[in-house]
Design a protein around this ligand. Structure first.
Ligand code: KIV
Length: 279
């Protein structure tokens, strides 16, 4: 971001809830990316991202778990703290892990408070109609909430895997009409934005048209008000590729190349050389 008169970088202002709402009202697309530590939080913030999601995908991309289910509140609080230490201008979303909010609205409020104390500036949780009371309880104590409906990874055992939702008509969980109800419920409960994950493009369009809060898509097509991606997918660091995700770089290949060059230089004695030695 350069100002035309001085060509000096313009200081970015902190992204807050009113700023996200302003972007939505202006029709400015909202960019969201996951990050789990201070280094990447600093880098993605430098790139001008609007919101950083400290997602429970940490369980899969950093911990090597098969799903997000095992991630604990203590682990999430730790990663939120790391991201917050980068003091990003991007708004920090703390993800509520499985088992830390489903028991009762009170449990959800306590969990949300824990993540806010760690440095989150809002929280995200999965679920629609069934979570409306919980979302209302969290927003009542002035903690902004991002909803998350569609392919909700914490529900893999009900869904039978990571399956696109809303392809079939019906009011049962994952049905098209049910997802429309979920979206409405999340908005009515007070969420200020909602993630739409793994749903057909035309359903995302319909939900977006019916809501008055920003829709943030991941595998929901280009018509949402913003998009979110997992950092490791975007950088080309992931083991797997997904139809909806784009690797904007091949950082994984670079890591392998640089490490192999380092190992070869160590073995041959080419590194360290005199230039990298103290005298
Ligand atoms: O945890 C996460 O990273 C997420 C995104 C995939 C939306 O919930």
């Amino acid at each position: 971001m350069l100002t035309p008169s001085t060509q000096q970088p313009r200081e970015r202002t902190k992204v807050t809830l009113p700023e996200v709402t302003r972007m939505y009202n202006d029709g400015t697309k909202i960019s969201v990316i996951t990050a789990y530590d201070a280094t990447f939080a600093r880098l993605v913030d430098q790139a001008g991202i609007d919101m950083i999601l400290v997602g429970d995908t940490v369980g899969m991309v950093l911990q090597g778990q098969a799903s997000t289910i095992p991630v604990t509140l203590e682990e999430m609080a730790y990663h939120v703290r790391l991201v917050a230490r980068a003091r990003p201008k991007a708004m920090i979303i703390g993800d509520l892990p499985f088992g830390s909010y489903q028991v009762s609205p009170q449990q959800a409020v306590e969990t949300s408070i824990a993540l806010m104390k760690a440095g989150a500036e809002c929280v995200k949780l999965e679920g629609g109609v069934s979570m409306s009371e919980t979302i209302a309880a969290i927003t009542r104590v002035d903690i902004p909430v991002v909803g998350h409906i569609g392919l909700t990874p914490q529900s893999i055992h009900r869904m039978g895997g990571y399956k696109v939702q809303g392809k079939r008509d019906g009011f049962v969980a994952g049905g098209r009409e049910r997802l429309l109800e979920d979206a409405h419920a999340v908005e009515q409960a007070g969420a200020f934005a909602v993630v739409l994950e793994g749903i057909p493009r035309d359903l995302a369009q319909e939900i977006r048209a019916k809501l008055s809060i920003p829709t943030i898509g991941i595998g929901a097509g280009p018509d949402c008000d913003g998009q979110v991606l997992v950092l490791h997918d975007l950088l080309g660091l992931s083991e797997y590729s997904f139809k909806f995700a784009k690797a904007f770089a091949a950082v994984g290949d670079e890591v392998v190349r640089a490490t192999a060059e380092y190992a070869a230089d160590v073995r041959s004695g080419a590194w360290p050389d005199d230039q990298h030695s103290y005298h």
